[in-house]
Design a protein around this ligand. Structure first.
Ligand SMILES: Cc1cc2nc3c(=O)[nH]c(=O)nc-3n(C[C@H](O)[C@H](O)[C@H](O)COP(=O)(O)O)c2cc1C
Length: 392
């Protein structure tokens, strides 16, 4: 809860401004005190009355006006956090260059509060060298960022530049105002391992790494120090330490080298690997009839067995009901197990959605609806944060 925490919501002029109304509502529901500042362009996209109705007072719109004698210094001092959502390329450029020519840029320049930026723009604008430079400057000045995401943009285009969802922005805001993270480290494993048969072929599985990567991103947004051990080459935000691996043995070695406070093992690790790896490509004419398999190391068990081991979250991708996973949660000694049925529509490998159940160490099952993988990551982190708060 953001109990009475003082948040200034700065809305600038992009199509995504309408989504900020949902964010304002969620901030109010979370207990925050909210004041809204709108740029002139923002008012082209959403009416000030909408925000007034949600937060209970009219937004600040002018640097020179009837709002307040000095609205920028008042907002700058009042805020414990300023969220700029959506943040246009123009507002980002003004902030990066220390300009203070309108209410929002003057407030940003005058504040000592943390600033969270949720950029939103077309991919071309986001990838423009000037924007990239401005983002780098703001990052090194200590501004925090959430998004942008990849997805559908205005006008039917698809690409990077879509504003982060209200829930993602809310969770990033909470991480700044009430960090469970407190410098804690997290290990996340992601992707499916590949066990070589010969230099060309491997035994693998269909895991894409999307779920694990979403968990790593959300952990980083919440301020945890994240190490991601992954077989996937999906893009990863700066600030996350990535260890790329391919096989179960490599993943085990990478995990052995990390001493995290929290471990989230989302990777689909092979249970068996070929006993021998041929050094040259096996030829059809050689008539290989079978491959002898041997067990791979149990990474989850090795973490649970550590003295003073981490808070451990396991994953169980099953093709049947939840019962086997409940049994696994009890046996494996994990703090939380995330179960999904990969045969269910929208829950399989490689999809952008997932329908999971969270199984507590005592076998209690909490079923979740079908959600995007980033929404599942948020729900999972809410539960991990609660475990952190109760243990550390
Ligand atoms: C229909 C329309 C949509 C726009 N959407 C965006 C956007 O998503 N991101 C952005 O950076 N600029 C966008 N712009 C341009 C900004 O509104 C413009 O740069 C403006 O000066 C931004 O001012 P502000 O940052 O003070 O709100 C859009 C303009 C129009 C006409």
């Amino acid at each position: 809860m953001l109990d009475r925490r003082r948040v200034v919501l700065a809305v600038t002029g992009g199509i995504a401004a309408y989504k900020t109304a949902f964010l304002a509502r969620r901030l109010v529901e979370s207990g925050a005190q909210v004041r809204v500042a709108m740029s002139k362009s923002a008012a082209e996209f959403i009416g000030p009355q909408t925000f007034a109705a949600i937060i209970g007072e009219p937004p600040y719109q002018d640097l020179f006006g009837a709002d307040d004698v000095s609205p920028h210094t008042m907002l700058a001092r009042w805020a414990e956090l300023i969220i700029v959502a959506p943040a246009t390329a123009a507002t980002i450029a003004r902030a990066a260059n220390g300009l203070s020519e309108d209410l929002i840029s003057a407030t940003l320049l005058a504040t000592e509060a943390p600033v969270l930026i949720a950029p939103a723009m077309h991919t071309e604008m986001w990838e423009n060298k000037a924007t990239k430079r401005n983002i780098d400057i703001l990052r090194s000045d200590g501004y925090r960022f959430v998004g942008p995401n990849e997805g559908e943009l205005a006008g039917g285009d698809v690409g990077v530049g879509r504003v982060a969802e209200p829930e993602e922005i809310l969770s990033a805001a909470r991480a700044i105002l009430e960090p469970s993270a407190r410098g804690l480290s997290v290990l996340v494993t992601a992707g499916g391992t590949r066990e070589p048969v010969d230099p060309v072929r491997y035994l693998g599985n269909r895991s894409s790494g999307k779920m694990g990567h979403a968990i790593a991103e959300e952990g980083a947004r919440r301020g945890y120090e994240v190490t991601l051990v992954t077989t996937s080459d999906l893009p990863v935000s700066g600030g996350i330490k990535v260890l790329s691996v391919e096989t179960a043995d490599e993943m085990k070695a990478a995990v052995d080298g990390v001493e995290p406070h929290i471990a989230v093992l989302a990777a689909a690790v092979a249970d068996f690997k070929p006993a021998d790896r041929a050094s040259e490509k096996l030829a059809r004419s050689e008539g290989l009839e079978s491959i002898e398999l041997v067990k791979t190391p149990d990474i989850l068990a090795s973490l649970v067995a550590r003295d003073d081991g981490p808070i451990t979250v396991g994953f169980a991708a099953e093709t049947g009901g939840v019962d086997r996973a409940v049994e696994k949660a009890r046996q494996k000694g994990v703090d939380l197990l995330v179960y999904n049925n990969v045969l269910e529509e929208g829950s399989g490998f490689g999809t952008d959605t997932n329908r999971v159940s969270f199984i507590a160490s005592d076998g209690d099952v909490e079923e979740m609806p079908l959600m995007s993988k980033s929404a599942v990551a948020i729900e999972l982190w809410d539960r991990i944060d609660a475990l952190v708060d109760s243990r550390m």
